[in-house]
Design a protein around this ligand. Structure first.
Ligand code: AKG
Ligand code: FE2
Length: 340
């Protein structure tokens, strides 16, 4: 695999302390980060390190269950449930080396919670954490609305998690331990390069479990930023790493940048972390009936349901193109072998 080019770029760290009295200052910082890097770290956000660690322990308890138990809550087309080695990224054409479990607040989760007899208090703990993440997200939504000239509650109303139309997701992720003695195959990522298609993502990482890499600012010149310059974002205790998603990019008429990121597979015993990696991503998704259009009306208005469907279709089309390209390379290679 061609060696990745790296640069030590720092992402802005934004503190939410004294939110009510500092809201305009925070808005300016968030808007600047969204217009440039598309990534920022949040501190003093109101979720304690203990609460985050408690949710990580809850997540580890879920993933420690036998696969036969987790398979009772399988991933569905409603973007909820458990999958293992099943998410193929268009950037790599290969499945991510991980398992994940996606939870939502509303009707899309019907039948997808394990009973308390299997995992005591899991649902209560997860929902309490999801409401905490939602409260942080609503602060960001207020600021982004103000920055774009919308009423303060505009994005908050469009992402109302108390409504059955809610599509917001907390995704628990577990990347498997990697064997140091086996060389990393080409195109093998814990999570291949991608942009998120939500409004804004809140990513929780666990101290010491590095691997996240970002390519800030949409300054990419190559497909999926592979070949561009990447920056490592190591987990800082208690910090939430946030990135703008495609939804906010289009809802801001492309003023705010959704940004490529990935999770590298460890390959350098000197610096990389080979153990199991746990992370949690809170994806703010619009209600299915939300009407999405930026202040400059650059794109036609669409609903939250249509936006989600189109994002999934784009992903499937890119994936199909990637697989066809890989198949053509394989056929060329076998022809070359046959004639040599
Ligand atoms: O696990 C991580 O650090 C990143 C996960 C991610 O980017 C995603 O699930 O969209
Ligand atoms: Fe992501």
């Amino acid at each position: 695999m061609a060696p990745t080019k790296y640069a030590d770029r720092s992402i802005p760290k934004i503190s939410l302390h004294d939110f009510e009295s500092r809201v305009d200052e925070i808005t300016a910082q968030l808007v600047h980060a969204a217009e440039t890097d598309g990534f920022f770290g949040l501190i003093n956000h109101g979720i304690s390190e203990e609460e985050i660690e408690n949710m990580f322990e809850t997540s580890a308890a879920f993933f420690a269950l036998p696969d036969s138990e987790k398979a009772k809550v399988p991933f569905t087309t409603k973007n909820a449930g458990w999958e293992k080695n099943a998410q193929v990224r268009p950037s790599t054409g290969q499945p991510d080396q991980k398992e994940s479990y996606q939870m939502q607040f509303g009707a899309n989760m019907d039948g997808l919670w394990l009973p308390d007899s299997v995992l005591p208090s899991f649902k209560t703990t997860a929902l309490a954490f999801m409401h905490k993440a939602q409260a942080v997200s609503e602060k960001l939504m207020l600021c982004f609305a103000r920055g774009l000239g919308f009423p303060d509650s505009y994005f908050i109303d469009a992402h109302d998690v108390s409504r059955p139309e809610s599509q917001t997701v907390l995704r628990l992720l577990h990347y498997f331990e990697v064997d140091r003695s086996v060389p990393v195959p080409d195109n093998y990522y814990r999570a291949g390069a991608h942009v998120d298609w939500d409004f804004v993502t809140l990513l929780f990482q666990r101290a010491g479990q590095s691997g996240l890499e970002i390519c800030p600012g949409r300054e990419t010149t190559t497909a999926f930023a592979i070949g561009d310059t990447w920056t490592k974002v190591d987990p800082a205790p208690g910090e939430i790493v946030c990135n703008i998603g495609d939804l906010l990019m289009s809802w801001s008429d492309d003023r705010f940048k959704s940004t490529f990121h990935r999770v590298k597979t460890p390959c350098d015993p000197e610096v990389d972390y080979y153990g199991p990696r746990y992370s949690m991503a809170f994806f703010n998704q619009p209600c299915t009936d939300a009407c999405i259009q930026g202040p400059l009306k650059k794109y036609p208005m669409i609903t939250g349901k249509e936006f989600t469907e189109r994002a999934m279709q784009r992903n499937f089309a890119a994936l199909k193109a990637k697989r066809e390209a890989m198949e053509a390379v394989r056929q060329d290679a076998s022809v070359a072998l046959a004639v040599s």
